[in-house]
Design a protein around this ligand. Sequence first.
Ligand code: KG4
Ligand code: ZN
Length: 343
Amino acid sequence: MKVLGIETSCDETAVAVLDGSGGDGSESRPAVLAERVASQIETHARYGGVVPEIASREHLRLLPPMADGVMAEAGLGWRELDAIAVTAGPGLMGALLVGTAFARAAGAVNGVPVLPVHHLEGHILAPGLEAELPAFPFITLLVSGGHTMLIRVDGLGKYRLLGRTLDDAAGECFDKCARILGLPYPGGPAIAALAGDGNAARFSLPRPMLKRDNLDFSFSGLKTAVLYAVRELERAGGMDEQARADMAAAIETAIAEVLAGKAARACKREGVTRLIVAGGVAANARLREQLADVADAQALDVRLPSPRYCTDNAAMIAYCGLLRTASGIAPPDEWDADPRWPL
Ligand code: KG4
Ligand code: ZN
């Protein structure tokens, strides 16, 4: 079974072709026949964040040749596809429309069914691209630029939101703190690089909501604490390179401790021992260390996709389409791109 995946919800244009019968021969393990991801980060970096209008135009320019490219590389004609899976939300409306309009047109012309896929379901199931998915139920900590959520997964399409951020997402917090430190967008990788030999203990930053007995997050107070601390240091004579590295390490550690602590609490509360961590922030090395610690302490089985499947990609979208098609779930008769599609 061959599925083309298309992802254009934010600032990555991505396409991938998966073969569900390949890989190690088992039903659920797909083979990635071809995939491409074009990041628009450099285009948006000088504005300090994603500009929706520019994102749409870039998707429009990049998507058609990229789709032809992966089809050629996979050695497939369009009519040989069993399905086209496309991100239909949540995300930027204009950006989603480029992907969904392209998918619909290609599907109509070639007689291939088109499946709308929820972007977050893509992140939740992404670890299945590289290894067998853990048995249900499992908990997913989803940490990206726009989302920070704890989700209980009881089966394909059976997702229950356990907690979420009340304000900024973890990735957004990285991005905003990076801006305060004068670092480029996206802030997560920039802070991680600067934090390399920093001493996190030099600054005491808040661990928002960590002590609260719930599964929600809040990161805007951490960002404000960083802003005040940096202003204070600058008033007292400026920040040298060591102070900047120490601050970066303190930010990273605070975010990682909160995320790992709450994920561990979710597992305990739900009586579940399997934890998947997904989304761009899951690429963070300090978070991975913190997760290893809680995994040891609580005997958790923690799975993290490799960094390229943590960030936005189309293989995870194709994979959702593949699982749905394989389990006989038909595409809805009518659907539209929905920037606020709830999980
Ligand atoms: O999932 P993603 O690629 O895009 C969506 O938001 O859907 O996540 C992007 C976010 C950005 O906020 C970026 O700063 C953060 O993930 N990120 C990181 C790292 N790599 C990306 N945050 C911390 N450490 C990293 N190594
Ligand atoms: Zn994403």
